[in-house]
Write a protein that binds this ligand. Structure first.
Ligand SMILES: [Zn+2]
Length: 123
């Protein structure tokens, strides 16, 4: 859940964004938001972070996003599977929890696969 201010900023972005895909053009549009990359994946700082998740206050909110415009894990090739898993291991060890909505989840607003990495305050 976002603060009302962050939710309003996110809603305004969705209404005014004119590009094809906000994740595909992220490296060009918001290069400072890309905090880490490997061969096939990027980790981006969420511009509109949740402030509360799973009953705790959020200290940091990032997302793993494949560089290719893919809608589900099922579309990964072997390199993408390895790169994605390497990042999950790295962030799990750093006390982040993961969340990714299924392609069929109507609450998912963006086609391009994105896995939320959420770290609570206190770690
Ligand atoms: Zn995309």
């Amino acid at each position: 859940m976002r603060t009302p201010e962050n939710q309003a900023a996110y809603d305004a972005f969705k209404q005014t964004y004119k590009g094809e895909c906000a994740f595909c053009d992220m490296p060009e549009r918001e290069p400072t938001q890309v905090v880490e990359t490997n061969e096939t994946m990027m980790v981006i700082q969420n511009i509109f972070p949740y402030n509360n998740w799973d009953g705790f206050v959020v200290a940091d909110h990032r997302m793993i996003v494949p560089k290719r415009h893919l809608g589900s894990l099922d579309a990964f090739n072997e390199q993408e599977r390895n790169d994605y898993f390497d990042l999950l291991r790295e962030y799990e060890a750093a006390h982040y929890s993961f969340y990714s909505r299924a392609p069929s989840n109507t609450a998912r607003t963006v086609y391009h696969l994105h896995t939320h990495l959420i770290k609570p305050v206190g770690y």
